[in-house]
Design a binder for this molecule. Structure first.
Ligand code: SF4
Length: 447
């Protein structure tokens, strides 16, 4: 049997590849290979496609030294829900001609699986489904990932997929496949599935997860909805996987994309990092999701420094006590101060550490965010400002529904973090620009 995996485009006002890998889709690839299937991938977000320079002035889109970078992008017309937004909308990823050339080369698959992440990127998922359908009209297409999980009715109604995989992990996927007529073995091994990263055209920078889920339940976050509970992998298995990437595949940068990397650190991340140090694995490690400051210990900080972490990122989101409590109480200012002391004691410079702050949270004002910015800057670290987006099913989303800020059948495009904060009529373009400029100015002072 043959499966075609498609990692679709991003349709948005802005996008940047911060070690974004089709992690779930490539785990599905590994799962199908385990069943004896042949698996191919079209990665619409491939920044290393050998023919990309033909479309971008003879060169690849700009990359940074840690494996991140810009996507190739094409200007497109905004969908009607966004036509009042005064910003250019883009398709990020391979030009459509390259996608067509790729799919032309593919032998008719028995099944097509399209992945997804952000709910408001769905136009890219729909285009991938439509184009795949045109090429292989008789092949069933399953749409999986975060979007159908959070917006199942929307995905069922509008995506054009034959079926959607709206949850239940691999058990859910096998149920969908069985309904489509595939006969699968009754006992399936889906334990420690490592993504089929060999399908990517470039493996110098990868993402890894040492566990799935999060034991916390912050009001703005969907982690506990998408993956209830926390399933941690065995530390030695994680260290072995990283060692293979580095020694066998030439990987130089790995981003930990866990939701709760530091949970039970003594028996988990500390053991992973100790093992990497003992194995003399030479790699740079990154924490784009933001570390949980309260859970960061002196010992973990030292292990992070010794094993090769670069520019750690910590999560604060807000420095206001009331808001911290209201959003779930995962961190307080004193936790951040202590975490920064530990990291500094371990040898990280304060200026290389970045702290996430959010703006646009329900009820937040620009003045409040400015206080947050000045508080974090006063600690000597840089700031990464993240725009709030209402994620279906979260406590904040339900609150916004009750308050009438959003409607039950709101187009997911309007959840886009670039535009959502305007809906509450508290932030304006000018106030957001001022906050961003303030952050840039203060961050520059640290250089
Ligand atoms: S914000 Fe972080 S700690 Fe809170 S639920 Fe999400 S992943 Fe867990």
């Amino acid at each position: 049997m043959r499966a075609l995996l498609i990692n679709p485009w991003i349709y948005d006002f802005a996008a940047y590849d911060l070690w974004l890998k089709p992690f779930g889709l490539l785990r599905v690839g590994a799962f199908l290979r385990g069943l004896g299937w042949e698996v191919e991938l079209i990665d619409c977000l491939d920044r290393f496609h050998p023919r990309l320079p033909e479309f971008s002035g003879g060169r690849y889109p700009r990359r940074d030294r840690f494996g991140c970078g810009k996507y190739f992008k094409t200007k497109i017309t905004s969908p009607s829900s966004l036509e009042n937004v005064d910003r250019q909308y883009f398709r990020y990823g391979l030009p459509l001609e390259l996608f067509q050339d790729e799919i032309d080369e593919i032998e008719r698959p028995d099944l097509i699986l399209v992945g997804s992440t952000m709910t408001y990127w769905y136009p890219g998922y729909f285009v991938a489904i439509e184009m795949a359908r045109n090429y292989f009209p008789d092949t069933p297409i399953i749409l999986g990932g975060i979007y159908p999980r959070l917006c199942p009715e929307h995905a069922r109604k509008f995506s054009g997929a034959t079926a959607i995989h709206a949850g239940g992990g691999f058990t859910g996927l096998t149920e969908v496949m069985t309904e489509l007529g595939f006969s699968l073995p009754s006992r399936l091994s889906t334990g420690d599935l490592i993504p089929a990263y060999d399908l990517l055209s470039n493996q110098t920078a990868l993402a890894i997860r040492t566990g799935l889920g999060c034991p916390y339940s912050c009001s703005y976050c969907a982690a506990s909805i998408l993956e209830p509970g926390l399933i941690s992998r065995k530390p030695e298995a994680v260290a072995g996987e990283i060692e293979r990437y580095v020694r066998r595949d030439g990987t130089t940068d790995i981003a930990f994309y866990d939701n709760a990397l530091l949970f039970n650190a003594k028996n988990h991340i500390n053991r992973i990092l100790s093992s990497l140090i003992a194995r003399k694995v030479n790699c740079r490690f990154h924490t784009p999701n933001g570390l949980h400051a309260r859970l960061l210990s002196k010992e973990t900080s030292s292990l992070m420094k010794e094993s090769g972490f670069i520019a750690p990122r910590l999560s604060l989101e807000s420095s206001q006590e009331a808001r911290q409590r209201q959003t779930g109480g995962k961190v307080e200012n004193r936790d951040l101060i202590q975490a920064l002391n530990y990291l500094e004691g371990a040898g990280f410079k304060r200026s290389e550490i970045s702290v996430y702050l959010m703006f646009g949270l329900p009820g937040q004002t620009p003045e409040e965010v400015e206080k947050d910015i000045r508080f974090v800057h006063g600690l000597g670290t840089s700031i990464t400002l993240a725009a709030y987006s209402p994620i279906p099913g979260t406590k904040d989303y339900l609150q916004l529904l009750r308050e009438g800020v959003i409607e039950k059948d709101m187009d997911p495009l309007l959840q886009n973090n670039t535009i959502f904060c305007f809906r509450q009529k508290i932030f304006s373009s000018a106030s957001i620009r001022d906050l961003r400029e303030l952050v840039s100015k203060l961050n520059r002072e640290l250089e």
